[in-house]
Structures are given as C-alpha cells and as structure tokens.
Design a protein around this ligand. Sequence first.
Ligand SMILES: [Zn+2]
Length: 314
Amino acid sequence: MHVKIPRVPLVATLVAVVAAAALLAAPTPVRAPAVAGIVRATATGQTGTGQAPQTPTTPPPTSTASTGQEPPGTAPAAPGGTVPGATPPGTRPPVVDHGPRTGNKVALTFDADMTDAMRYQLRSGAVRSYANLKIIDLLERERVPATFFLTGKWVEQYPDVTRRLAGNPRFELANHTYGHLAFTPDCYGLPRIAEREMTADVARTFDVVAAYGGRQTRYFRFPGLCHDRKSLTALAPLGVTVVDGDVVSGDPFAKSWRPVVRASLDGVRPGSVIVLHVTEANAPMTDEALPHILAGLAERGLEPAPLSEVLGVG
Ligand SMILES: [Zn+2]
C-alpha cells in the first residue's frame, strides 16, 4: 500500500521560496502563507494539509501498458502510448508526485516562470536574465536528460532558448501556465487567474510550446504547486497529467548552492521528481548546485531520465 510522503519539510522550503518570489510578483503586501497553503488536492477534490500522509484516489490507469499495480500518486500510462502525460479529455487530471520506486531513474525538472512583474524587471534593466544558460550548457555537455516546465511568457521572452531546448532529444517540454498566475485563492500572494480563464490559459500555453516541436508532452505543473478541485476540474478538457514532484530543491532565491544540493539529495529515491528552476535571477545558485546534485545522484546509483521515463510511460 502506497503511503504518501509527508511533505512538511519540502513544504517549508517551498513556502519560503515562493513567498520570496511573491515579493517580486505581487504588487500588494504578501500574506504569510500557512503551511496548509501548499496542500495537495486529491482526485476527490479534497485538500490535505500536507502534515499527514494522504492517500489520494488517483483515477485508474487506462492503458494496457499499465501493470495496474502502480500505487496512487504514480503516473497513469498515456493512452495509445502517444504523447507522454496525455489522459482522456473530460476527466479530472491525475496528480503525480513521482514514478514507481523501482529501478534507478529520477527526473530533473526545471520550471521556467515568467510573470508580468518579472517581465517588467527585464524591460527596466533591473534584471539581466531569467534564462540560466549555464544550466542548459551543463546538461548538454554532460548529456543529461531533463524536463522543462515552460510558461508561455517565458517562451515568448526566450524563443531562441526554447528552440535550443526543443532541439535537444534528451529534453522534454511541459506546461507551467501562460503567465504564472495563482490557480487557487491563496498561493503565496501570486496574482490570481479567474476560474473561467484557467482552461484557456493552459491550452494557450500548450499551443505556444507546441510551435517549437521537440519532445512535447501533456505534463502540467501549477505555479507554487497550488491546486484545488476547481483548478483540476478546469483542466479536465485538456487531457493532461498534473506533476507536482516529491523533491523540492528550494532553489528560488537561494543564497548558497549547498542547501539546494542538500534538499535535492536528502529525500531522493528511485522514481523521484526533483523540482528546480531555470530562472537565473530568481534562482541564482541552481547552476552551481547542479554539478553537485548530479554527482550525488551518481553516488546513489541514480540516473537522470526524461520525466516520461521516470513516470513509467515513456
Ligand atoms: Zn513556477
């Protein structure tokens, strides 16, 4: 029986970093988020506090490729084995934290946030870059597979970098909303998207990313990992898999690479999905941490792989 991992330590880290992010993103004073703010919505739409292990009722796998033995919280297989992460449209999407705890694969996932506030920082010259090319250089040089959760506005800001990501056969592309708005009422002070606009926002982002080709997926990650029944229901028409992750690196606004490395390696296990950021100015230590993370994974006998392979649907 699969028991969901308590998220409290990860949550505490995430709360700190997303709250910091909100300082840039939100024009209004930031309310300190409760730990319960980073709850994980179950497939029944109930929200857990993250303080007690949850056993969500993930919709059953539908593909024949499935063994039928995956515990809740692992990925369903893609119908027809086509696009990774694709689920039957019309059903509320499953929420996945990690893949099967067998084998030795783990997923490095990099979020590419871009809010209007961030774009203003760029245009005003206050910030040089939200695209950390040193990360991409390293992954390319070391031939490391990775998965990038892209916001539509980041793609529009960095078309050349997006082309580079799409052109790498080891990289998968996924969806992180169009403008990194909050999809729940209380998500670290991020400006909130209207419920009626959620579906179109995510659909539009798929369209923006699809134009670049490469290894497209139907994986989706909510900003701040904030979701509830309404936001999950809004995604039902799109046939996606929601991917949270079970290892939160805490890289946004890190002052040193060491805590990022520690957070990335402490809880990592076969099937883990590690959440990192490629946003440079907002995650300035990630490129320094990455070689140490890769070395630590190798020491543990763990091997980075595309998300679809880690979730067992590749
Ligand atoms: Zn994000």
